[in-house]
Ligand binder design. Structure first.
Ligand SMILES: NC(=O)c1ccc[n+]([C@@H]2O[C@H](COP(=O)([O-])OP(=O)(O)OC[C@H]3O[C@@H](n4cnc5c(N)ncnc54)[C@H](OP(=O)(O)O)[C@@H]3O)[C@@H](O)[C@H]2O)c1
Length: 305
């Protein structure tokens, strides 16, 4: 398939890119930096230099593809606004293509934080109660899902858990902090984080992007139901020198990090039955059980960067 990918240089998107290429797909990627565009083109990808906030830079390229996968996110004050612009642009491109009778699928990246604290295990049908950091996200999910009611336009939302693998993301930061001698945890650490290995997540994206029956919401987590304290303890135990551990009361964390603190303090048990129904089976089943491997991946990724 010919896939238009945003965020190909990011944590989630770079894993998705690798999985798409492994699957033999033809990828066109929106990249905002010429040097990074050069790097993706060396992987056999068609780069489109542009920016999410400049629809004219990528709308036509998206319209030329039979799959659109949106993983980019601008981490700035205008992040939600730019995401809305991107959703409107990508859906517009897909709607125009579908109107010509050409089938197209759109995959939008959300996250499990839209579920808020879960009451028991939350599968894909569970009601959303977003933590303030992502209060805007359910509207974007709805725009995407509502657009996919036609026969030629198929839409899906992937909600990843906290991603692990390589050197990036929240777990990558914990590995780095442990190596530097101090790990901070928001709250007492008894809360559960739903997590997913980056390559497993990427495998799910490929399934959702390429299967004609894949539409609606898909959760992506390894279902290990790990407590933050257990993740941190496993990482601390494997560190060369045991790091100090500091629990930050939520009020102090909020003062330092804003609503990100509440997202880190969420207590979530998540299930992904709709993802499993696509034949998706994660290969890694926990962070704590794979720390040695994750440390190795962290080192290798840092050396390559
Ligand atoms: N990481 C996780 O654990 C996790 C979990 C659940 C959900 N998610 C969601 O997944 C999405 C991606 O997260 P991530 O961790 O992969 O983030 P990331 O590593 O920061 O990657 C963001 C990507 O978006 C691109 N980008 C940012 N602003 C752009 C703009 N204005 N125009 C074009 N491209 C732009 C970046 O390009 P540059 O390389 O040029 O910066 C990069 O490729 C987000 O919506 C996030 O909420 C992530």
């Amino acid at each position: 398939m010919r896939i238009f990918l945003t965020g190909a240089t990011g944590y989630v998107g770079s894993a998705v890119l690798e999985a798409l290429l492994r699957g033999g797909h033809d990828v066109t990627a929106l990249v905002r930096d010429p040097e990074k565009a050069e790097r993706v083109s060396m992987r056999g990808v068609q780069p489109v230099l542009g920016d999410l906030s400049k629809p004219a830079s990528y709308a036509a390229s998206a319209e030329a593809c039979d799959g659109i996968v949106h993983t980019a996110y601008e981490s700035s004050k205008r992040g939600a606004k730019v995401d809305r612009q991107a959703v409107d642009t990508l859906l517009g491109a897909a709607i125009r293509r579908a109107a010509r009778g050409q089938p197209v699928g759109v995959v939008y990246t959300s996250g499990v934080w839209v579920l808020g604290n879960t009451a028991g295990a939350a599968a894909e049908e569970a009601p959303v109660r977003p933590t303030p950091l992502v209060s805007w996200r359910p509207d974007h999910e709805k725009l995407v899902l509502d657009a996919g009611r036609g026969r030629t336009l198929r839409t899906a939302v992937v909600r990843p858990g906290i991603v692990y693998g390589g050197a990036r993301g929240i777990i990558g930061d914990l590995l780095k902090d442990a190596a530097n001698g101090l790990v901070r945890v928001v709250g007492d650490g008894r809360n559960h984080w739903p997590c997913v290995y980056d390559r497993d997540l990427a495998d799910l994206y490929v399934r959702v992007a390429t299967r004609p029956e894949a539409s609606g919401v898909f959760h992506a987590n390894d279902e290990a139901d790990e407590r933050v304290a257990d993740i941190v303890e496993a990482i601390a135990r494997q560190a060369k020198m045991r790091p100090d551990l500091r629990h930050m009361p939520i009020e102090e964390a909020r003062a330092k990090m804003g609503p990100y603190a509440d997202a880190l303090a969420l207590n979530q048990i998540v299930r992904s039955p709709r993802a499993h129904a696509l034949g998706w089976t994660p290969t890694l089943h926990s962070v704590a059980g794979n720390v040695a491997r994750l440390q190795e991946e962290f080192r290798t990724a840092r050396e390559a960067a």
